[in-house]
Design a protein around this ligand. Sequence first.
Ligand code: 5GP
Length: 174
Amino acid sequence: MNLKLSTYISEEQIQKKVQELGDQLTKKFKDTEIVAICVLKGSFMFYSDLIRAIQGDVHCEFFGVSSYSGTSSSGEVKVTLDLAHSVEGKHVILVEDIIDTGLTMNYLKSNILSRKPKSLTTIALLEKPDALKVPCEIDMVGFKIPNDFVVGYGLDYDGYYRNLPYIAQVQNFQ
Ligand code: 5GP
């Protein structure tokens, strides 16, 4: 894919923020085991950096959902990979890439809460407050951004650009 990209959030800014979030989680869950859920695919890069910034016992789980086609939310959430283990009675952190309409995070929250965790902490690297279609409360957010379509650091455009180490905006987008 050969679209023109401009840096939106640099690798340095991301890594600094990830460390801050990791430090907050280390403090919050001092001496307490947690289960960290990676929401696939978009959050895999944020997730892998974030869990390395947490000091303590972290169990890893992966939850696959798809809710997007092209550059607009379909509003429908489909589970593509379920959790491998029960999270009942566990302290769970749910790691998402970006909150756009809020529909996916609301679905994820109710899905995980129905499995009766001891606590649920929701984290998103990015949030677009102006794009929310439903109220959606997140415990920890890395960056609030305008209602722009972004790629990189796990986020794709039709499967491309997930491997960029920074967040970019596609310039010649209609
Ligand atoms: P929501 O349900 O909040 O509308 O959408 C959440 C999902 O849509 C995210 O997990 C992400 O996969 C995708 N998404 C939302 N905004 C963007 C964006 O700006 N860029 C990319 N690549 N994906 C996005």
